[in-house]
Design a protein around this ligand. Structure first.
Ligand code: NOJ
Length: 545
């Protein structure tokens, strides 16, 4: 192996309990060679920016060999880098540099399905029904007089049937695109293969894994019908994600897989961790993925889904904190990622959306636990809603009309003209076009500009690192009921200091007295003497030491 020796950063095995992790959507972060696509070398060149931003770790979306039908979540070789993104040597250089700067690296692992170009699936298609090659996937006979109907009523998350028929008449399951066949996780070779993949990247020094579709690997025995789907005029099955039970998600047996993975992670030094992208019916079922014998974290998508109201946020925060306490794991907050409309736009878009997004980010960063940021949120980027249809690449777009491309537009770094320094000097290419309005949102435009979103994030991350009341061993959340309806206020204490976060989700400015001095605010505070006025759609942290 030519990999760099893993560099233990610090001897802090529990780093993930309070980390701020920055999600890099590799294709859209920074393009080092001018082909219009982000790459590993581009990330490497921008590591100092991320260190200065003040994050602790990066999560890199898949950069493995892939036909890129689903942005790399269709993996053809789990142990190599797609030439579009660079080489394994680039990966080694990038992780070495990241570690030297004190940044940890989490990589994505995609175990629910492979690409249809994966050698296993190519072999399965070439082999006969009932063959060992087919046994690694979920092939089944169809229903109807001649097997002409799919084996059951399951619907792809991307729309349409979750089954595709092959020329010899059998069908195979794909919960996502037909180019993403689901693996059979009851097959020992599948389990052994992924344990090997984990070790491959752990040996190369990665600090953790983000597990794609972590709730999906085991399907209910007998592949029972759901009972409705949108192909026959009913609701889409995916509407039950996070709200109900489906025979292909969150089956109890999936936990055995993680109980086998945990000792592997624990056998490496330095606190190697895993975070689940899991959707479960209730926060209680979600919490079953985390704990000392399974995974370290599971994203709290309820937080991301909270609406702009004090009640909505308070409810999901309380529930997530309670569940995390029971299982002894940190809460895992997230407001945006590469699958969801950016939170600026979710909260109303334009100026209002940006104000609220900035406030929500301050709320998130004051909470105990780990927070995940999505690239570009530190610039206040909105969703790009008007991409021309012919440029959209999300496979769900053709099947459902819904597209996640608008949150995947390349990052604006500098300059007046698109793609705003995404590539090397003079490069005009970017795989998706950035809007003309993004010149003002670029890193260069915001760096050093008082009041910019970038400076807000930098200040908040600096304070989060330094403030004893936000430290990992600080006390949890104490809600303060004194500020009135529509206003969230909570206190954290630690190291003899006290920090109060106030978020004004009401429709009137709110007077703040007695919480001490402002540390950071998402909008300008007014007021005189010891009191302050927090405007509508704003948040601020106050401290007393
Ligand atoms: C979740 C990933 O975040 C998403 O981008 C992908 O399309 C699906 N899993 C399928 O892998």
């Amino acid at each position: 192996m030519t990999a760099s020796t893993p560099t233990p950063l610090t001897s802090d095995d529990d780093w993930w309990r309070s980390a701020v992790v920055y999600q890099v959507y590799v294709r859209s972060f920074a393009d080092s060679n001018g082909d219009g696509v982000g790459d590993l070398q581009g990330i490497r060149e921008r590591l100092p920016y991320l260190r200065d931003l003040g994050v602790d770790a990066l999560w890199l979306t898949p950069f493995y060999i892939s036909p890129m039908v689903d942005g790399g979540y269709d993996v053809a070789d789990y142990r190599d880098v797609d030439p579009m993104f660079g080489t394994l040597t680039d990966f080694d250089s990038m992780i070495t540099d990241a570690h030297a700067l004190g940044l940890r690296i989490i990589v994505d692992i995609v175990p629910n399905h492979t690409s249809s170009a994966h050698p296993w699936f190519v072999a399965a298609l070439a082999a006969a029904p009932g063959s060992p090659e087919r046994a690694r996937y979920l092939f089944a006979e169809g229903r109807g007089g001649h097997g002409e109907l799919p084996p059951n009523d399951w619907e792809s998350i991307f729309g349409g049937p979750a089954w595709t028929r092959v020329p010899d008449g059998q069908w195979y399951l794909h919960l996502f695109d037909p180019a993403q066949p689901d693996l059979n996780w009851r097959h020992p070779e599948v389990r052994a293969e992924f344990e090997g993949v984990l070790r491959f990247w752990l040996d190369r020094g990665v600090d953790g894994f983000r597990i794609d579709v972590a709730h999906g690997m085991i399907k209910a025995e007998g592949l029972p019908d759901v009972g409705f789907n949108s192909m026959t005029g009913g609701r889409r099955q995916s509407e039950l994600l996070g709200k109900g039970r489906l025979p292909y998600f969150d089956q109890d047996e999936v936990h055995e897989i993680y109980r086998a993975w945990r000792p592997i992670l624990d056998s490496y030094p330095g606190g190697r961790m895993a975070v689940a992208e899991a959707w479960a019916e209730t926060p209680q079922r979600l919490a079953r993925y985390i704990g000392p014998d399974e995974l370290h974290q599971a994203f709290s998508f309820d937080f991301l889904d909270a609406t702009w109201s004090a009640d909505s946020f308070r409810k999901v925060i309380d529930t997530a904190l309670a569940e995390a306490t029971i299982v002894g794991a940190p809460t895992t907050w997230v407001l945006s990622n590469h699958d969801k409309q950016r939170h600026v736009t979710r909260y109303g878009d334009g100026e209002v959306g940006l104000r609220r997004a900035r406030a929500a980010s301050l709320l998130m960063l004051a909470l105990p636990g780990c927070a995940y940021l999505y690239q570009g949120e530190e610039l206040g980027l909105p969703e790009v809603l008007d991409l021309p249809d012919e440029l959209r690449q999300d496979p769900s777009f053709l099947r459902t009309g819904e597209s996640r491309d608008g949150c995947r537009v390349p990052i604006p770094w500098s300059g007046e003209l698109a793609p705003y320094g995404f590539g090397p000097a003079g490069s005009e290419l970017s795989w998706l076009p950035a809007p003309a309005t993004w010149a003002a949102l670029s890193v260069a435009a915001q760096a050093g500009t008082p009041g910019s979103t970038l400076e807000l994030y930098r200040a908040a991350l600096r304070a989060r690192r330094a403030h004893p009341a936000l430290a990992r061993d600080a006390d949890g959340v104490t809600w303060l009921e004194t500020t009135g309806p529509g206003v969230l206020a909570f206190r954290r204490t630690g190291g003899g200091a006290e920090l109060t976060c106030v978020v004004n989700l009401s429709d009137a400015p709110v007077q703040i007295d007695g919480y001490g001095q402002p540390v950071v605010a998402s909008a300008e505070l007014t007021g005189q003497g010891t009191g302050h006025v927090l405007p509508v759609d704003a948040a601020a942290w106050f401290e007393r030491r």
